[in-house]
Design a protein around this ligand. Structure first.
Ligand code: HEC
Length: 426
C-alpha cells in the first residue's frame, strides 16, 4: 500500500514518469527484460546446472518448457520456498527470498502471453555460480562426515533416515560459521544436523538440538560479529536426511564444516537452539480425517533476543504461529507460517533491527495446525490416528528458536538502542 501511494505522489509531481509507467504497463512482458532478472534474484541459486533442483532456469531455452509449472508454483507461493504469512508478525528477514506481488504478477503475465523471449540483448549479464564443491564459509577448521556410506535405491519413494557422525575435539569450541554439504547433492533434498551433547540438561530432546540445516541453494551460515555457538567435545551429530531416488543406484555421505573462533576467544553473544514443544509430554492427538490445533508454551526465565524461527512438524503439519504473551498480558505475533511444507526446513532469520527483545517472564506461545484430511497432499494416510513420534509418518509440533540470553544491563541497552533507531527512522 505504502509503495503504491508513494509512487502515485511521485507521478503527480512528475507527469513524465506517469506516462512512461502507463506505457510500461502495456508493453509485453518478456523473458529477457522482465523475467530473467527475477529468476536471477529468486530462483537461480537453486535452479542452475549441477544442483538437485529438477531443472535450470538460467537461459530462455531452459526455462521455456517449464513456463506453466513456474506460473502455478509461483502463484501458489510454493516457489521460491518461503512459507511465511507475509501479512502477519515481523516482516523483515535476512534470508527472505520470496517474491513481491508485482514480481508474481510479472511472471504470471509473461506465461499468459505465451512466454515470449523478447530481445536477447535485454538479458542481464549471467550470474556466476561458485562450484558446489567449494566451502562458502571459507577454509573450515573441522569437518564431520557421516560414519557410513549411504546407498540409495534406484527407484522408489523418498527416504528419510538418520545418520550419525562424531565430533572429535579435545576441548569445547565456539562456532563462528557452519555449512553442510552432501557428497551427492543430486539425491539429497535436505539434511538437518542435530547435536547430541554428552551432558545435555534435563528436558533436552534425546534426538539432539538443532545445529544447522541444508537444502539445495543453501550455502552455510555465518554468525554475526561477536556471536557464536558452543560445540562441545564428545558431541555426536545426528544427520536427519531426506533422499530421493533418481533412476540409478547412488551413494552419499554428508559433511558439516565448522569455522571456530580462535581458541580462548569467547564471543559475547552466545546463541542457543531452544526447542519449544507442546510440552509437558508431547501429547499430540491427531484423529483421522480432522484438522487439529495444538498449543505449546515456554516461559522465558531470562531476557532474550530471538534471532531465528524454524517450525518443525511432519507430513500433516499445515501451519504454525509463534506469539509472545507479554508481561502486560498483551500478545504480539512474532511469525506465522501458513503453508508449512515438511519437505522444506527453513530457518527464518530476523533482520538485526527487528529481532524480538523479550524480557524474562515473557511466555512464548506456539500454535500448530495439523491437517489429517485427504485435502493435505502430503498426508500418508488420513484414515489413521497420528501422534507424536520421530518417524516422518508420526508427527511433531516444535519450534526451534535461536536465542541469545542477555543480562539486565545488556537487555536494557539493546532495548534503548532499538528505540533510538526507531525514533531516528521516523
Ligand atoms: C531454495 C532452492 C530453490 C529456490 C530458491 C527455488 N526453487 Fe524451485 N524447486 C527447488 C527444488 C528442490 C524443487 C523440487 C522439489 C520440490 O518441489 O520441493 C523445485 C521445484 C520447482 C518447480 C517444479 C518442477 C517440477 O518438477 O514440476 C518449479 C516450477 C520451480 N521449482 C520453479 C521455481 C521458480 C520460478 C523459482 C523462483 C521464483 C524457484 N523455483 C526457486 C528448489 C528451489
Amino acid at each position: 500500500m505504502m509503495a503504491r501511494s508513494a509512487s502515485l505522489c511521485l507521478s503527480l509531481v512528475l507527469a513524465v514518469p506517469l506516462v512512461a509507467q502507463a506505457q510500461d504497463a502495456n508493453r509485453p512482458v518478456t523473458f529477457s527484460k522482465d523475467v530473467a532478472p527475477i529468476f536471477q534474484r529468486a530462483c537461480q541459486t537453486c535452479h542452475h546446472a549441477g544442483t538437485s533442483a529438477p531443472m535450470s532456469l538460467v537461459t530462455y531455452q531452459e526455462a521455456r518448457p517449464w513456463a506453466r509449472a513456474v506460473k502455478q508454483r509461483v502463484v501458489l507461493r510454493d516457489m521460491p520456498p518461503w512459507h511465511l504469512d507475509k501479512t502477519a508478525g515481523i516482516r523483515k528477514y535476512k534470508n527472505d527470498r520470496s517474491l513481491s506481488d508485482p514480481e508474481i504478477s510479472t511472471i504470471a503475465r509473461w506465461v499468459d502471453a505465451g512466454a515470449p523471449e523478447g530481445n536477447p540483448a535485454d538479458m542481464p549479464p549471467p550470474l556466476n555460480f561458485s562450484r558446489e564443491s567449494e566451502w562458502f564459509i571459507g577454509e573450515p577448521d573441522l569437518l564431520v562426515t557421516t560414519n557410513q556410506d549411504f546407498v540409495m535405491y534406484p527407484n522408489g519413494p523418498d527416504w528419510w533416515i538418520d545418520q550419525f557422525g562424531e565430533v572429535k575435539l579435545d576441548e569445547d569450541r565456539w562456532i563462528k560459521a557452519m555449512e553442510i554439504k552432501p557428497s551427492n547433492p543430486k539425491i539429497v533434498h535436505h539434511a538437518v544436523v542435530y547435536a547430541i551433547e554428552p551432558d545435555a540438561p534435563d528436558g533436552t530432546p534425546v534426538s539432539g538440538v538443532m545445529l544447522h540445516e541444508y537444502a539445495v541453494g543453501k550455502y552455510g551460515d555465518i554468525f554475526s560479529e561477536n556471536t557464536g555457538r558452543l560445540l562441545k567435545k564428545g558431541t555426536r551429530l545426528r544427520y536427519d536426511m531426506h533422499y530421493f531416488a533418481m533412476g540409478s543406484e547412488q551413494h552419499n555421505r554428508t559433511t558439516i564444516a565448522f569455522k571456530f573462533y580462535p581458541k580462548g576467544v569467547v564471543p559475547k553473544y552466545q546463541v542457543r537452539s531452544v526447542p519449544i514443544r507442546n510440552i509437558p509430554n508431547d501429547d499430540l492427538e491427531i484423529p483421522p480425517n480432522s484438522v487439529v490445533r495444538t498449543d505449546g508454551y515456554y516461559r522465558l526465565t531470562r531476557n532474550a533476543r530471538i534471532d531465528a524461527f524454524q517450525p518443525h512438524m511432519h507430513m500433516r503439519g499445515r501451519a504454525m504461529t509463534l506469539e509472545a504473551i507479554n508481561l502486560d498480558n498483551t500478545t504480539t505475533v512474532l511469525s506465522s507460517v501458513d503453508r508449512f511444507n515438511f519437505n522444506w526446513h527453513i530457518n527464518y532469520i530476523y533482520a538485526d533491527d527487528v529481532t524480538p527483545l523479550l524480557p524474562a517472564g515473557t511466555v512464548l506461545h506456539m500454535i500448530g495446525i495439523h491437517d489429517n484430511t485427504a485435502a493435505n497432499p502430503r498426508n500418508p494416510d488420513p484414515s489413521v490416528w497420528a501422534g507424536f513420534g520421530e518417524r516422518s509418518v508420526d508427527d511433531m509440533l516444535q519450534v526451534w528458536l535461536n536465542i541469545v540470553y542477555l543480562d539486565d544491563a545488556e537487555f536494557k541497552h539493546a532495548v534503548e538502542e532499538r528505540k533510538a533507531k526507531q525514533a531516528a527512522a521516523k
